[in-house]
Design a protein around this ligand. Structure first.
Ligand SMILES: NC(=O)CCC(=O)C(=O)O
Length: 272
């Protein structure tokens, strides 16, 4: 299927609870929610999962729990995508790569089950000790969905670095996808930063956050779909659920035409 600019593209965000350190339980739970998402009246064109959904932040056991070269996740998500003919941004998983390090990695599959991209989080979050256990990725990643939607990858803490989203937009992204495990008390930061990334880059932002308690941390959900004008199209509550919305990438060109931010940039005057 090839995406046409004026064609609505429907999205389902799987705002799930994640069981710390229990990949088999998380796999079957996430799969059940994905099956449920395929049964809604408006069949999604894209499913998005939250961050580190296989293990949660079980960082002290992450070398033992991480998916070895993402083999298991790749197999079942690819089969799901092909069976249901749906694009899947498989949030992110703890992936142990062949270099022996564990990465926080996003995997992306198209409707035929072909893997079209993988992105490892480049900014590790010290407040949750990521830098002690994980290896950062070293490159930004863009990918196309249905041949017409150009998406940029970003994972959770990455959204605090406007340089990344701007660089993805300058490279052609009209949509930013953000899997997350973002907890209280920073709901205000979450909503504000995501909205700012949408407004300043005049792009859609789709952000899927987990819910539930892990240790003494409360994850608040509030998954968001934000349009290029900064309007919130859909927002989850604090309970588990599937958040749906529709995007039209023609709106990106419309907003960029209304306020010519990209034409008015003065990069020669900025430090970087
Ligand atoms: N998993 C994360 O990267 C959390 C980021 C976060 O909570 C923040 O405030 O930034």
């Amino acid at each position: 299927m090839t995406y046409q600019e004026a064609q609505p593209f429907s999205v389902a965000l799987i705002q799930a609870h994640i069981e710390i350190g229990n990949p088999p339980e998380n796999r079957s739970h996430i799969r059940a929610l994905m099956e449920q998402a395929m049964k809604v009246e408006l069949k999604p064109d894209l499913i998005v999962l939250p961050e580190m959904w296989n293990t949660g932040y079980a960082l002290d056991r992450i070398h033992e729990l991480a998916d070895k070269e993402g083999t298991e996740t790749r197999a079942w998500i690819a089969a799901f995508a092909a069976t249901h003919e749906v694009n899947v941004v498989a949030g992110s998983i703890a992936e142990k790569k062949s270099d022996g390090h564990v990465y926080n990695t996003m995997l992306v599959f198209d409707r035929t089950g072909r893997e079209v991209a993988s992105y490892s989080k480049i900014h590790l979050f010290r407040l949750m000790d990521e830098e002690k256990y994980l290896q950062p990725g070293e490159e930004k990643v863009l990918f196309a969905l249905d041949g017409g939607i150009r998406a940029g990858a970003s994972i959770c803490y990455d959204i605090r670095f406007p340089e990344l989203a701007r660089s993805l937009a300058l490279s052609g992204a009209n949509l930013l996808i953000v899997p997350a495990e973002w907890p209280h008390p920073r709901l205000h930061h979450w909503r504000t930063l995501l909205t700012a990334r949408a407004i300043e880059n005049q792009m859609y932002v789709i952000a899927c956050n987990r819910v539930g308690r892990s240790g003494d941390t409360d994850f608040f959900g509030h998954s968001l779909i934000i349009d290029p004008w900064g309007e919130i199209i859909a927002e989850g509550g604090e309970q588990e659920g599937i958040i749906t919305g529709t995007i039209e990438s023609a709106l990106v060109q419309d907003v960029r035409g209304r306020i010519p931010v990209f034409e008015d940039r003065r990069p020669s005057l900025y430090d970087r």
